[in-house]
Design a protein around this ligand. Structure first.
Ligand SMILES: Nc1nc2c(ncn2[C@@H]2O[C@H](COP(=O)(O)OP(=O)(O)OP(=O)(O)O)[C@@H](O)[C@H]2O)c(=O)[nH]1
Ligand SMILES: [Mg+2]
Length: 331
């Protein structure tokens, strides 16, 4: 008797859809890494000149020197061992090498039911995609059966409160806000107490991205964190830093700053559907070693998914045209 292959877990059901979207939107279809590579290689051995071409592509796509060096060292060793005889072998090796860098950062966010409410403080610079990410995450938590409360901690702009309210309505989440100009510490303090009283599972706190200065912003975030800890010493249970992938190497500097100020525990990389070529994700994984929880590939709630190292490397290296049976079809 043959055993049937196990059914895929329910949680994986959404993956093919999101993966297809990632493939199609990252680099808008064509892989900047490997387009024309076959033409370049045709009739030649994989030699130093081809590896140099790849190196240039990696560097110009924000992968950074450190990760590029690591990838190239890997490929050069394999070329020396005569393992990479054709372009397909080279592309597969590149995919594997990138996956190895990304894999330690592919650590999903787990809502610990012992933390009730589980408090997620969302931070990042102006326009990075914080409020949108909260909306998408609220929808995701609600779909998983969690009750959610959104706290409008960005009181700097009146429009920010409205924007969050729209996402709360859309995702069926509760909403806690005070007027524009209110103290963000007071907003999150009240929101956490209210979430406790209602027995809410997840509290998502929005914050401002721009204040009078960067140091004002960091001071405000530190204060918000302290205030949360007054209600629950273990909170926040996740400090989620939202980074716009189009910021390139600047995103690394931002991460460093937020990490020092408020201790980032997870990252969200947004706008990978934009002009970003995705290389910065490799640089971030190599340099920061902070878990990448989610990625955003568009403005809608469904343009958002967990970060999967193998799937991301496949989308990057193979573009939208990688066939089934390649890394993309991996679980
Ligand atoms: N294309 C694309 N747009 C996105 C993505 N995530 C967010 N956006 C858009 O980026 C813009 C800024 O997003 P917000 O969520 O308002 O950013 P924010 O960090 O809250 O900005 P501030 O409140 O000003 O600090 C909005 O127009 C979003 O729709 C994404 O993954 N892809
Ligand atoms: Mg916002």
């Amino acid at each position: 008797m043959f055993r049937r292959a196990p059914e895929p877990a329910a949680a994986n059901d959404e993956k093919p859809g999101f993966f297809r979207r990632l493939r199609a939107r990252l680099n808008r279809g064509d892989s900047w890494l490997t387009t024309d590579l076959a033409d370049l290689v045709r009739g030649r051995e994989i030699d130093a000149a081809i590896l140099e071409e790849l190196e240039t592509r990696l560097i110009t796509a924000d992968v950074g020197l450190e990760a590029t060096t690591r990838i190239l060292d890997d490929l050069r060793k394999r070329v020396a061992r005569k393992e990479l005889t054709d372009v397909n072998a080279l592309i597969a090796a590149l995919r594997e090498s990138i996956t190895r860098i990304l894999a330690p950062c592919a650590v999903p966010l787990v809502i610990d039911p012992a933390r009730h409410p589980f408090v997620i403080l969302v931070v990042g610079v102006n326009g990075a995609g914080k409020t949108t990410t909260i909306g998408k995450l609220a929808r995701r938590c609600a779909d998983e059966g969690h009750s959610v409360l959104l706290a409008a901690g960005d009181t700097f702009r009146a429009a920010a409160i409205e924007q969050l309210k729209v996402w709360a309505d859309r995702s069926g989440s509760a909403f806690a806000a005070q007027g524009a100009g209110a103290d963000p510490g007071a907003v999150v303090f009240d929101a956490l107490q209210s979430a406790r009283a209602r027995g809410t599972d997840v509290l998502l706190a929005d914050t401002a991205g721009r204040l009078h200065s960067q140091s004002h912003l960091m001071e405000e975030l530190k204060k918000v964190k302290r205030v949360l800890q007054r209600v629950d010493a273990s909170a926040p249970h996740e400090v989620l830093l939202v980074l716009d992938a189009n910021q390139g190497q600047n995103a690394l500097a931002q991460a460093q700053q937020f990490r020092e100020a408020v201790g980032v525990t997870g990252l969200v990389l947004t706008k990978l559907d934009g002009s970003a070529r995705g290389g910065i994700v490799i640089a971030i994984a190599q340099r920061l070693k902070i878990p990448i929880r989610y990625i955003g590939v568009g403005e809608a709630a469904e343009d958002f998914g967990e970060f999967d190292a193998a799937a991301f490397a496949a989308a990057l290296v193979e573009g939208a045209h990688g066939g089934p049976g390649q890394a993309g079809a991996a679980p």
